[in-house]
Design a protein around this ligand. Structure first.
Ligand code: TPP
Length: 587
């Protein structure tokens, strides 16, 4: 049967068909839907792990126990999991182990656009890359077979367009894996003492040679000879773009992107007059192919930054033409920058921090939107968990000069992912900073996934909820204060007091994500602006709520107005209004 699946849905199906027993992930665009789909297969144990390192370690454990295991993450998640990843390359596996890295060229929803093909080379792990959903499903199976046959973890790389685009996929029945689960003591393989690791390193190098031979015979690495005036070496979504622009020319389409099929590349290069390498981001293929002594054209004509499209191929090969000029339709669309939802509990917090003119060391989540106008109340955002360390660094660099001027903000999921260690450092090394944990009881930014602080598992089962306050107290924070983020007066007073405290303190701003409440159909009473009372001072517009807009009025210069359908009744606008022009409907 053929069905229309996104790349992520296809990978989930591939895991099911490949007989995966354990699947783990930490959410992150564009990878998140893989586990959200895998959880539908009750045969597979699936979990949201607190972070990517744990996800990989759990999957490794399952593979050590002899079953097939999948760990899924976005590209930057591999940085977090890199420590176990590099040594997993040495230990190899028992049951197959596949790690999905979902890269994000163009940074549709990421803080950088690192090219994770480099991880394959760096960690000496084979990497496969699908060009559509069918391949995404098929390559999962290939990856597990390769993993078990060559005793290696296997990386499966996708990019946003493959993860999120839909194409037809032929479904199959699940395979029964040959490997039997069970424990087997193999310390020379799994205990990486230097004595054992030295031997394993040698085996890894031998494995790379075998994998290079495999790449040359791998049927999904495909030479397509048509017009030979030039040929294009490419993979993944780039194959589709180049095909669309140059359907009559020759292609070497790679599905195994590391190690490269050296003989196949030589054969292809000998058959065409000129070779282009069409790859997004780094000159990963290009440099390796050039090191074989083969002349190719790549980054000399194609960009190093951002996502490609068919026009990129055309412009690089044919030069700019009228056809490749940007389409007017796209440029005439109004810009729609991301905004915090109406009623988001973070709005009042950033309003308060801005009002107090604090230096805010931030983190990643919906709350990063606090950096954008009109709130503009975040001064750093580097990677998950970094904000607490940044506040500590500023404190140690400036001492008393920084006291009362700095605050760290971090979401609940991010705090449990990698913020807690920064807080331990602050307690242990006597920092004097205030941390605000924005506890909306979900991982909102990636689509509201559960985490250890929500009380629910990925499978929707109720479980022990880690209490953030107790956790902070347990690591030695003496001042842990719960605040209501919708109560601006309380918030203002508590923040003022805590930031001056010469020791660590944590404020937990507790309020569920507004979308959660909407799901539960508990909208608040909407607010209204009294046209007569409003003096048009625009203060309420400073909180950046999409439900509030400016209306020109005939009688006076204009007033604010609230869109009833959007308002959740959070009252933050009413609290900032200086003339009490905003009240609950009906009051
Ligand atoms: C290492 C890494 N993993 C995953 C992500 C994707 N991501 C960004 S923020 C975030 C968590 C957001 O949840 P939370 O901290 O609770 O903030 P919220 O969005 O709920 O405000 C995730 C999963 C990332 N940027 N980096």
């Amino acid at each position: 049967m053929k069905v229309l699946l996104s790349g992520n849905e296809a990978i989930a199906r591939g895991a099911y068909e490949a007989g995966v027993k354990v699947a783990t992930a930490y959410p992150g665009t564009p990878s998140t839907e893989i586990l959200e789909n895998i959880v539908r297969y009750r045969e597979i144990y699936a979990e949201w792990s607190p972070n990517e390192k744990v996800a990989l370690e759990v999957a490794m454990g399952a593979a050590i126990a002899g079953v097939r295991a999948l760990a899924v993450m976005k590209h930057v998640g591999v940085n977090v999991a890199a420590d176990p990843l590099f040594t997993a390359s040495y230990t190899g596996v028992r049951g197959g182990l596949v790690i999905v890295t979902a890269d994000d060229p163009e940074m549709h929803s990421s803080q950088n656009e690192q090219d994770n093909r480099n991880y394959a080379k760096f960690a000496k792990i084979p990497m496969l890359e699908p060009a559509d959903s069918q391949e995404a499903k098929d390559l999962v199976k290939v990856a597990f077979e390769l993993s078990e046959r060559c005793d290696t973890p296997v990386l499966l790389r996708t990019t946003t367009r493959i993860s999120h685009s839909k194409s037809l996929v032929e479904l199959s029945e699940p395979t029964i894996t040959q490997v039997q689960g069970g424990m087997e003591k193999q310390p020379e393989k799994f205990v990486m003492l230097p004595k054992h690791a030295r031997i394993r390193h040698g085996l890894v190098e031998e494995r790379m040679e075998r994998l290079t031979t495999f790449a040359d015979s791998f049927e999904k690495n495909r030479i397509e000879i048509r017009d030979t005036s030039f040929g294009i070496i490419t993979s993944g979504a780039c194959y589709q773009y180049a095909q669309e622009s140059f359907p009559d020319y020759s292609f070497l389409k790679l599905a195994m992107v590391y190690p490269l099929p050296v003989e196949m590349i030589r054969t292809f290069a000998a058959q065409v007059k000129k070779v282009y390498v069409f790859e997004e981001l780094d000159p990963f293929f290009e440099e390796q192919i050039q090191s074989l002594g083969i002349e190719v054209v790549g980054k000399a004509v194609f960009p190093r930054c951002g996502e490609f499209n068919p026009t990129t191929a055309e412009e690089g090969i044919r030069g700019r033409s009228e056809r490749s000029e940007p389409q007017p339709l796209l440029s005439s669309l109004p810009p729609r920058p991301p905004v915090m939802c109406p009623g988001c509990p973070y709005r009042g917090i950033f309003y308060t921090l801005k009002k107090q003119k604090l230096f805010v060391t931030g983190d990643i989540g919906c709350y990063t939107l606090g950096a954008l106008p009109p709130l503009e109340a975040m001064d750093t955002c580097i990677c998950m968990g970094a904000g607490i360390g940044h506040a500590m660094g500023i404190d140690k660099a400036l001492g008393n000069e920084a006291l009362g001027k700095v605050v760290a903000v971090i979401g609940d999921s991010t705090f449990l992912h990698s913020g807690i260690t920064g807080l331990m450092d602050m307690v242990y090394n006597k920092g004097a900073c205030t941390v605000i944990i924005l506890d909306n009881r979900t991982t909102a930014m990636t689509g509201r996934q559960d985490h250890p602080g929500t009380g629910y598992t990925l499978r929707g089962e109720a479980t022990t909820r880690i209490d953030l306050g107790d956790l902070c107290t347990a690591v030695g924070v003496n001042y842990v204060i719960k605040v209501n983020p919708y109560d601006l007066a309380q918030l203002d007073a508590v923040v003022r007091e805590e930031i001056r405290r010469p020791e660590p303190s944590v404020l937990i701003a507790e309020a569920p994500c507004v979308l959660h409440r909407r799901d539960k159909k508990q909208p608040g009473v909407p607010l209204v602006v009294s046209e007569d009372t409003c003096v048009g001072c625009r203060t309420c517009l400073q909180i950046g709520c999409p439900a509030i807009e400016w209306r020109e009025r005939e009688a006076k210069k204009g007033t604010s107005s609230i869109t009833r359908e959007l308002c959740t009744g959070c009252t933050v606008c009413a609290q900032v209004c200086k003339v009490a022009a905003i009240t609950r409907e009906g009051e």
